[in-house]
Design a protein around this ligand. Structure first.
Ligand code: OFO
Length: 183
């Protein structure tokens, strides 16, 4: 009896995405260590928390592959890229990374649609929403950095940015949950 409910292509794509999530965790971990060593404890705290989230994303893919009776292949995680040059550069790189990840997830959503694999399509909707949240969260930080002066931000404004980030909530309110009373 065939127990594997995933096609070969979908299984490969989900395994690749699982590794990508592990890679994202390493990137956040590496940038967080860089921020901590530069004295930006708030930025480091924010990035450490996100490294943890990415590892949770990796686990979700692993569990889903197993749940569908397929084989999960744990492979090597590529090394993270070089350290950012500044706080502005750090958030720009994080944003670009999230956009690339969104595109990777959308590609599997498309694949699952084309194969009429509705279980995988449904599973991935959680990630589609999560990516909107993550892109929004990083964009919000880039907006604040712009107000602070971007690459030319003073030490004082970076101090305030770093201090505020430490207690920044990990969730953002999405457009569909906003109302006229609570814009
Ligand atoms: Fe940064 O998000 Fe995972 O999927």
């Amino acid at each position: 009896m065939k127990k594997n409910r995933l096609s070969l292509t979908i299984c490969q794509a989900l395994n690749d995405q699982m590794t990508k999530e592990g890679h994202a965790a390493q990137i956040y971990l590496s940038y967080a260590s860089w921020a901590a060593s530069e004295g930006y404890d708030g930025v480091a705290n924010f990035l450490f928390r996100h490294a943890h989230e990415e590892r949770n994303h990796m686990m979700k893919f692993l569990e889903y592959i197993l749940q569908r009776g397929a084989k999960a292949a744990i492979s090597a995680i590529p090394a993270p890229p070089a350290h950012p040059k500044s706080i502005q550069d750090c958030f720009e790189k994080v944003f670009q990374h999230e956009v690339d990840n969104t595109e990777a997830i959308h590609a599997i959503v498309k694949m699952s649609f084309e194969e009429s694999d509705w279980a995988t399509w449904h599973f991935l909707q959680w990630f589609v929403k999560e990516q909107i949240e993550e892109e929004t969260m990083v964009l919000n930080q880039l907006d604040k950095l712009k107000i602070a002066g971007g690459e030319k931000a003073s030490g004082e404004s970076l101090y305030a940015f770093d201090r505020d980030l430490r207690n920044e909530p990990d969730e953002v309110v999405l457009a569909e949950d906003k109302t006229a009373e609570k814009p």
